[in-house]
Design a protein around this ligand. Structure first.
Ligand code: GLA
Length: 368
């Protein structure tokens, strides 16, 4: 198969892309790390294992760079990770009720790896595979093409799924993530990037003081197992209203059934958009102290806002610092959870002859 990297992009120069070994998995797969540097001051490191974004260095208002994403220093820690830190998630990001769905009259059973539901692709999702990775340069941008073939029956999903993800870093501090997939049999597909942000610096404390704005006037309330009920509920007048910037912590302890069910925010928001496929503003996150910010635009209909409620300080991250409760937050652009069992939600079914395409942009900025 020809990789688009060789067709479309020029070869990469070593000063803007560093490629180095990152160890060997317990079952003997070699892993590499790629570090991309943009002239605008943003540096990201990506592993071929899980397509993980291991490090994101971003300047603050004084130009001081800090690593704003949670992660680990070594490969064995990523192999053990259960929090999807920085990883690519698939085939189906988020939950599928009971690990079951039916498609074209056939029943499919998936691994039930989260309280009776299937979560983030199952027992061995795309976050645990070694992707084939090639760097590229295109004009002043620098990037990576990651590819993976998920075999028919993988984790219970039908069809051979060919997935391609590109990470492209622009000079003005944007990380453009493109997802593509094709299949030879109908299958659900929902791909996302599961970076956790702490814009003050990973390891520096909790994210409750971050300011968040979401481009969403509705969200999908959940049941006790975090499966959406099917309702699209207005956020107005609830702790879920981030239509104007509010700190993450301002209402997280409010007496609210939805916050109680999830132990904080762990909900999918319905992005307000003009057209079905335009790049719409999903989230604007700011650390008011450092003035570091990230604006997230996406073609996806939803975004999961998760406040790290399952992080409990028992697992150590980079520099040996524990990943404490709410020390990072994830903003996962996606289709809605459990869509294969919820006909009223936008479809996640990919069929032979179609191409799944989706774009998410993280634009790192210094906020005035
Ligand atoms: C997503 C889910 C959370 C949790 C994390 C990973 O954000 O919505 O419930 O599973 O992934 O720990």
């Amino acid at each position: 198969m020809s990789t688009r990297s060789s067709d479309r992009y020029g070869p990469s120069s070593p000063d803007r892309v560093r490629r180095e070994p990152f160890g060997t998995t317990a079952d003997g797969r070699s892993v590499e790390r790629f570090t991309l540097t943009s002239s605008g001051g943003v540096t990201i490191s990506v592993l071929s294992f899980g397509g993980v974004i291991q490090r994101i260095l971003v300047p603050d208002r004084d130009g001081t760079r800090a690593d704003v994403t949670l992660g680990y220093d070594t490969l064995p820690e990523y192999e053990k990770d259960k929090s999807y830190l920085g990883a690519l998630v698939g085939r189906y990001a988020n939950r599928i009720r009971g690990g079951r769905f039916s498609l074209d009259g056939r029943e499919y059973t998936l691994a039930q790896n989260a309280g009776g539901n299937s979560l983030h692709g199952g027992a061995r999702g795309f976050n645990k595979v070694v992707w084939s990775v090639e760097p590229f340069e295109e004009g002043s941008d620098v990037g990576l093409v990651l590819q993976h073939v998920s075999p028919d029956g993988d984790e219970g999903y039908p069809g051979t799924l060919r997935v391609r993800v590109t990470y492209r870093l622009t000079t003005d501090g944007a990380l453009v993530i493109d997802f593509f997939a094709t299949t030879d049999a109908a299958t659900p597909v929902n791909l996302t990037q599961h970076a956790y942000f702490n814009l003050a610096r990973t390891g520096s404390g909790d994210i409750l003081g971050h300011l968040l704005e979401l481009g969403a006037s509705r969200f999908t309330p959940v049941d006790a197992s975090l499966i959406p009920t099917g309702e699209l509920r207005r956020v107005q007048g609830t702790p879920f209203d981030f239509s104007t910037a509010e700190t993450v912590g301002a209402r997280i302890g409010a007496d609210d059934e939805q916050l109680r069910l999830a132990g904080g925010y762990d909900h999918n928001f319905v992005i307000d958009r003009q057209g079905a496929t335009d790049l719409a503003l999903a989230a604007r996150l700011t650390d008011p102290v450092s003035a570091r910010g990230v604006d997230i635009h996406t073609t996806e209909p939803g975004i999961q806002f998760y406040t790290g409620n399952f992080l409990d300080g028992t697992v150590k991250g980079k520099g040996g610092v524990p990943h404490r409760y709410r020390s990072g937050l994830a903003l996962e652009t996606q289709h809605f959870p459990n869509s294969p069992n919820e006909p009223s939600f936008p479809s996640t079914i990919l069929r032979p002859g179609e191409e799944h395409r989706s774009r998410t942009v993280y634009h790192f900025v210094v906020r005035d």
